[in-house]
Design a protein around this ligand. Structure first.
Ligand SMILES: *[C@@H]1O[C@H](CO)[C@@H](O)[C@H](O)[C@H]1NC(C)=O
Ligand SMILES: *[C@@H]1O[C@H](CO)[C@@H](O)[C@H](O)[C@H]1NC(C)=O
Ligand SMILES: *[C@@H]1O[C@H](CO)[C@@H](O)[C@H](O)[C@H]1NC(C)=O
Ligand SMILES: *[C@@H]1O[C@H](CO)[C@@H](O)[C@H](O)[C@H]1NC(C)=O
Ligand SMILES: *[C@@H]1O[C@H](CO)[C@@H](O)[C@H](O)[C@H]1NC(C)=O
Ligand SMILES: *[C@@H]1O[C@H](CO)[C@@H](O)[C@H](O)[C@H]1NC(C)=O
Length: 631
């Protein structure tokens, strides 16, 4: 019998890079798999091939795990780089070479699988031919191809340039939906997968030769050699990429959506501030027109008396910063409850228009200064109204902590800002933390925001939620990071003085097992880091900008304020709030979260959340076990 192989083979222990995001579990799994011995005396040709088949099936499963969510994406990362990275000739052709080697190697691998799976169905000559091709000296042999692939990847400058091209906010970053550190990991895994596949193909080829050729030649030495090459490539890849992965940004955020859709890509603070027109006579406690408009910097609607305009307007309990605009004006009132504006536009007698003039769907009202005595002119002032807290105001921010189910070992993997019952909530995605810092991709879900209304008496302003007001409307733009060895298990806002601050809850965990310690700690960013106020003066609403919002602000604070009088009649509240979910394409635990502002000059921009993926650098070690041979 040809199967007199004195000892079956895969006693060599394959060892893989154990590296966080993926290759970890591999190391032990594949090692165990391949070091299993098959009963030597009972080894028949069929048994050997059967075993090889079993091994490839299991290895495919493991490779699937390396890819994790990658396998659900239409293109692999090398193809995605080719499609979406900026075209820089050298690198493009290198990437193309890498891709071509990958395609060839995948073909070899698939053919090998077919032969070991259905050995009976194939002519032994064909199978031997295949093995000889795999092992030939030609440039199309498996080892030449994998060598070429590694040489390209390890080429001086290749990785460095790649990293430089992955700029947050560019086309590639925006489509990839992974942090730069994750992108490098995924790329490394992809390359290493080719290493694994090549290694197994070469192994199988030697075994085929041992079984099918009549020479009874043993290739043990070659197999051991193949294992060494495999390990060398692995170490080189890791040393080439590790420094870059260590320095790479962990930040993940969303780019500008196309188009902006309320409730989906963004939400707003609504009916908080409105420009409002009020006659001096109604601002004065004594009902006099003696003072100028700008005397009224902080007052309220007093008695409307006989002023018809005043009677029609919804009263305002806090009127701020009045100014004289003109002696006559035409106002197009808006249906506040449906449009969230008091006015569509205001056309002044001098021709200036506040807001955008358009056909008025309600009744245009003309207002003119009049005299109420020989001495005093009663003019209409343009002021800012803090609408306070009414049934239609949407100016509340949830302060109740939002936590993942730590008793079920769930951690925060994504973040989003949403509006629910007129309250702005931080919403989280949670995922089950498993071994080696991984998330089980099958157990990932967005938790709905807590379902309560501010009218419920068990929920209190200042504790459960914060109602924005003229006095208290600051939001800090900060990142809050967990200590090393901890992951984020909760988020929330906290009111410190007039400032809303992001806070997080973190829990330590055992990296090996993934088990969370069922305690958590609150982390609040230190206020000493908070810088100046972000300028929001006379800005338009951000959804009117046709240009990318490419100015990012952090470590400052922002005051929610009214949109520009000229551009929007001061009817909106800026900044708007980005509501796009921020999550990694391959769910990961987080080392931190942040709230930042993105905008461009003259527009109010958006408040947006960002996440920081877990820093795996510390755990990036090659996990070689001893090279074992068995005689
Ligand atoms: C080989 O297989 C036969 C039958 O399956 C079994 O009886 C025998 O014990 C096996 N030999 C060894 C050495 O395990
Ligand atoms: C295998 O294929 C070769 C070439 O096609 C042919 O010459 C040979 O007879 C075939 N052997 C068997 C057993 O079918
Ligand atoms: C209102 O009238 C009272 C008494 O005449 C006077 O003391 C006060 O200053 C007046 N207030 C304003 C705002 O004019
Ligand atoms: C993590 O869990 C493993 C397995 O239970 C244990 O051996 C190890 O000591 C734990 N590590 C730490 C830091 O507790
Ligand atoms: C905040 O920073 C100050 C100065 O750096 C430090 O003394 C203080 O302990 C910090 N507080 C917290 C809660 O980290
Ligand atoms: C990640 O961790 C490594 C070492 O543990 C550290 O050098 C590096 O600065 C960290 N990266 C980031 C972005 O914090």
């Amino acid at each position: 019998m040809r199967s007199s192989l004195s000892c079956f083979l895969f006693v060599i222990s394959i060892s893989f890079v154990s590296c966080s995001l993926a290759l970890f579990e591999l190391s032990t799994k594949v090692t165990n798999l391949l070091s299993e011995t098959i009963d030597t005396d009972n080894s028949t040709q069929k048994l050997v091939l059967l075993r090889l088949d079993g091994i490839t099936v299991e290895i495919n499963d493991i490779i699937g795990q390396i890819g994790r969510m990658e396998k659900y994406r239409k293109w692999n990362i090398i193809s995605r780089m080719l499609r979406n990275l900026p075209v820089i000739n050298d690198r493009k052709s290198t990437l193309q070479d890498i891709r071509v080697s990958q395609i060839y190697l995948n073909n070899y691998y698939r053919t090998m699988e077919k032969y070991v799976r259905d050995a009976d169905e194939y002519n032994s000559t064909a199978v031997l031919d295949f093995a000889n091709k795999v092992l030939s000296d030609s440039e199309n042999s498996v080892s030449s191809l994998v060598d070429l692939l590694y040489q390209k990847v390890l080429d001086e400058g290749f990785v460095e340039n790649l990293v430089n091209e992955i700029q947050p906010n560019d086309n590639y970053y925006c489509r990839e939906r992974q942090s730069t550190a994750e992108i490098l990991h995924t790329f490394m895994n992809e390359v290493q997968t080719m290493n694994i596949k090549s290694f197994i193909t070469v192994h199988a080829a030697y075994k085929i030769k041992e079984i099918y050729s009549n020479t009874r030649e043993s290739f043990k030495k070659e197999i051991v050699n193949g294992n060494k090459n495999f390990q060398t490539r692995t170490s080189k890849l890791l040393s080439a990429l590790k420094p870059y992965i260590g320095r790479a940004s962990l930040e993940l955020r969303r780019c500008d959506p196309q188009p902006y859709i309320y409730g989906e890509t963004y939400v707003e603070i609504r009916n908080f501030f409105h420009g409002i027109i009020i006659n001096k006579v109604n601002l004065d406690p004594n009902g006099s027109c003696k003072k100028e408009c700008n005397f009224y910097s902080y007052t309220k609607h007093y008695n409307c008396g006989s002023n018809e305009w005043c009677r029609k307007e919804t009263t305002c309990s806090k009127v701020i910063d009045c100014q004289y605009v003109d002696s006559s004006m035409e106002v197009c009132p808006s249906k506040m409850h449906t449009t969230n504006r008091r006015y569509e536009y205001v056309k002044l007698g001098n021709g200036r228009v506040l807001g955008k003039e358009k056909p008025c769907s309600t009744h245009v009202t003309s207002l003119e200064t009049y005299r109420n005595s020989v001495f005093w002119k009663c003019s209409y002032c343009f002021c800012l109204c803090d609408e306070g807290r009414k049934f239609y105001t949407q100016n509340h921010i949830n302060m109740r902590p939002v936590e993942s189910h730590i008793h079920r070992n769930m951690v925060v993997t994504g973040l989003r800002l949403v509006e629910h019952n007129r309250i702005i909530h931080l919403q989280i995605q949670e995922g089950k933390l498993v071994s080696n810092g991984q998330i089980d991709p099958k157990i990932v879900q967005w938790l709905p925001p807590e379902d309560y209304e501010i009218t419920q008496s068990t929920y209190a302003n200042g504790e459960d939620y914060h109602t924005l007001s003229w006095e208290k409307r600051d939001l800090q733009l900060v990142d809050v990071m967990a200590e090393e060895g901890n992951v984020v298990t909760g988020v929330g806002f906290k009111l410190v003085g007039n400032n809303l601050r992001l806070r997080i809850f973190t829990s330590p965990f055992n990296f090996t097992t993934g088990e969370l310690t069922k305690t958590f700690k609150e982390v609040l960013e230190n206020s000493t880091k908070i810088g100046s106020q972000l300028n929001m003066n006379a800005v338009d609403i951000p959804t009117r900008s046709n240009w990318p919002l490419n100015q990012f602000t952090t470590n400052k604070f922002v005051k929610f304020t009214n949109s520009d009088y000229e551009k929007d009649a001061g009817q909106s509240t800026v900044p708007f709030i980005d509501a796009q979910p921020v999550e990694s394409a391959n769910p990961v635990p987080l080392s931190g979260v942040g709230i930042f502002h993105k905008g461009r000059p003259k527009f109010g921009g958006f408040i947006a959340p960002r996440i920081f993926t877990y820093n795996f650098t510390k755990h990036l070690e090659p996990g070689f076990s001893q090279l074992k041979t068995n005689d």
